[in-house]
Design a protein around this ligand. Structure first.
Ligand SMILES: [Zn+2]
Length: 134
C-alpha cells in the first residue's frame, strides 16, 4: 500500500477527542503514516505540540487561522515569535494562516496577520499552510 501523509488534519479538535487512539489507528489502517496538524491560534498551540510529542508520526504548525484571530496583534505576534523560537523539530510549518472573505473578520486585520506570518516564515525558513476562501 502507498504510504500517505495527511498534510492538513485537525486531529486536536474535540471531534476526535473521544477516542483519539482509535481514530489514529483507523487512519493508519488506510495507509496514512504521517500527519500534519495546523493550529488555529495560541489557544491550541499547546494541544498540537503535545500531540506531536506524544506521537512521532504527527507534526504540527503554529500560527493564526483567519477565523480565530486574536483582537490584539501587539500581544499575539510576540507569542508566536516566542513559540517559534522554542519550537521542536516536529514543528514544520507556520499556519494555518490566510484570508477568508466568508468570515466577518475585517479584511485589513486578516491581511495584517497574514503578512506578519509570511514574514516569520521567511525569517524562520518554514513553509506556510494557507487557508484561502473567496
Ligand atoms: Zn484547516
Amino acid at each position: 500500500m502507498t504510504a500517505l501523509f495527511d498534510t492538513h488534519c485537525h486531529f486536536d479538535f474535540r471531534q476526535f477527542g473521544g477516542d483519539f487512539d482509535s481514530e489514529l489507528s483507523a487512519a493508519k489502517q488506510q495507509g496514512v503514516e504521517r500527519f500534519l496538524i495546523p493550529s488555529v491560534n495560541e489557544d491550541n498551540w499547546l494541544a498540537v505540540q503535545q500531540l506531536s510529542y506524544q506521537y512521532p508520526e504527527i507534526y504540527h504548525a503554529l500560527g493564526f487561522h483567519p477565523w480565530f484571530l486574536p483582537s490584539q496583534p501587539a500581544k499575539a505576534l510576540p507569542s508566536l515569535v516566542q513559540a517559534l523560537e522554542q519550537r521542536s523539530s516536529q514543528c514544520v510549518a507556520i499556519g494555518e494562516c490566510g484570508l477568508d472573505f466568508v468570515t466577518d473578520t475585517p479584511s485589513d486585520r486578516q491581511e495584517s496577520y497574514l503578512s506578519m506570518q509570511l514574514e516569520l516564515a521567511q525569517q524562520y525558513d518554514l513553509p506556510v499552510i494557507l487557508h484561502c476562501r473567496k
